[in-house]
Design a protein around this ligand. Structure first.
Ligand code: PMP
Length: 461
């Protein structure tokens, strides 16, 4: 076979891709008919495809390239580490400098006493760690029956058997017979779609109190933990009412339930502070991290544990770990990423300058006849598409037809926005400039106009 390179004609690359490459969350048959978009290069917030088209990546890949594309320092950190020590494990009483340095750095950056990290290769793996960890923690404390984990419908916590069980997406549960035992889901704090006549504040309390009702139903002596994304990401950037998290925290504290904040998306500056739990005022016992930890330049994730939980786990021989737990190259890349985010004040500026400007511009889309709501926290945001914005109406069965049409118009107009049902979501690199924000919002408006026209043409609104 000839060498496969960026210089091959797109159609040939697409044919080989369709023949051999199985894509996540994709119908292979549909994709083969259409041909995958082949991304060849990226710099800053801009992607280039094999046809030379440029697109503004308002999703930072999959919510991960917080630092933006093309930072040579990270490539150099990886190359240096590969030459010095490309691999060694952290099992069996062994360590190496990149893992020591990254765990120390994380202890410095994370709030309160989340001083202890168990590394994984991804967010899914880290959440699998959390399932075994919280159950082991309670067993070590003499309460082996404290095993139930409560999560939320429409949560996303990963794709492995354990993490997809924590997640609350029905179509994911349908594949593979999930959830595993002793994982239960309460309703999500999605006021726009489900709040009815309640005020956001009332609704936030009602949804949080479902946790208390579930704990009372199963018995606190059986409930190990509650897990939630501070802001649901893959569920559509659902920003909970302000009353929600304080009530969840109160309930966890009162009933002695561990609180796990899944910060895979909300970590590392995404909400305008280093961690979403700082923005939303949460004090978790355990925090899941991945994505922005390395800005996606290397696969790495982890579970951060507060001192008390770590102490108990350190006293037991936890039979758990991944070949790539604390992979030295991934750790070196993550460290360099964190150095730049901190030294160049990228996280600080994301909160103080970029997020306020993005909010001002994003909210201008509120007047569009297709937009029922604009939501934004830091640099993660969403638009609810609606056939009648004045009444928070949803498109029939919220099947995502409008969202899909809008996403395609975005692509065709040089913008990567994702759709979750009929919500459009953004999560751009934190380094996005004001001029690039202007472009993002202009292209979004154009895509909305085209979507509006197409929906009318098709009699869908
Ligand atoms: N948790 C959350 C909140 C996520 O958004 C994701 C990924 N989108 C994951 C966990 C899973 O991470 P990964 O894809 O790295 O396994």
């Amino acid at each position: 076979m000839n060498m496969i390179t960026n210089h091959m004609p797109t159609a040939e690359l697409q044919a080989l891709d369709a023949a051999h490459h199985m894509h996540p969350f994709t119908s292979g048959t549909e994709l083969a008919a259409k041909g995958a978009r082949v991304i060849t290069r990226a710099s800053g917030v801009t992607l280039t495809d094999s046809e030379g088209n440029e697109m503004l990546d308002a999703m930072a890949g999959l919510w991960c390239v917080n630092l933006g594309y093309g930072r040579d320092e990270l490539a150099e950190a990886a190359a240096r580490q590969m030459k010095e020590l490309p691999y060694y494990n952290t099992f069996f009483q062994t360590t190496h400098v990149p893992a020591i340095a990254l765990s120390s750095k994380l202890a410095e950056l994370t709030p309160h006493d989340l001083n202890n990290v168990f590394f994984a290769g991804s967010g899914s793996e880290a959440n699998d760690t959390n399932i075994r960890l919280v159950r082991t923690y309670w067993a070590e404390k003499g309460q082996p029956e404290k095993k139930i984990i409560i999560s939320r419908k429409n949560a996303y916590h990963g794709s492995s058997v354990g993490s997809a069980s924590l997640g609350g997406m029905q179509p994911m549960h349908a594949h593979g017979g999930l959830p595993i035992e002793d994982i239960h889901h309460i309703d999500e704090p999605n006021w726009y779609a489900q709040g009815g006549d309640m005020s956001p504040a009332e609704f936030g309390l009602e949804r949080a109190r479902q946790l208390e009702a579930a704990i009372e139903e199963y018995g606190a002596h059986r409930v190990a933990a509650f897990i939630g994304e501070p802001i649901q990401g893959a569920g559509g950037v659902i920003i909970p009412p302000e009353t929600y998290w304080p009530e969840i925290q109160r309930i966890c504290d009162k009933h002695n339930i561990l609180l796990i904040a899944d910060e895979v998306i909300t970590g590392f500056g995404r909400t305008g502070k280093w961690f979403g739990c700082e923005t939303l005022g949460i004090r978790p016992h355990i925090m899941t991290i991945a994505k922005g930890l390395s800005s996606g330049y290397a696969p790495i994730g982890g579970s951060l544990l507060c001192d008390e939980v770590a102490q108990v786990m350190n006293d037991c021989d936890f039979a758990h770990g991944y070949t790539y737990s604390g992979h030295p190259v991934a750790c070196a890349v993550a460290l360099e990423n964190l150095r730049i985010l901190q030294e160049e004040k990228i996280v600080d500026r994301a909160g103080s300058e970029v997020a306020p400007y993005l909010k001002e511009k994003w909210d201008t889309l509120n007047d569009h006849p297709l937009v029922g709501e604009t939501a934004l926290c830091g640099l993660m945001g969403s638009l609810a598409l609606s056939p009648d914005p004045s009444s928070r109406a949803m498109f029939a069965a919220d099947k995502g037809t409008a969202g899909l049409i809008c996403r395609e118009h975005c692509f065709a107009n040089g913008l990567v926005m994702r759709h979750v049902g009929d919500r459009m979501v953004i999560s751009p690199p934190l380094v996005i400039t004001h001029a690039e924000i202007d472009t993002l919002v202009e292209r979004a408006r154009k895509a909305l106009d085209l979507t509006h026209a197409e929906l009318k043409d098709k009699g869908l609104m």
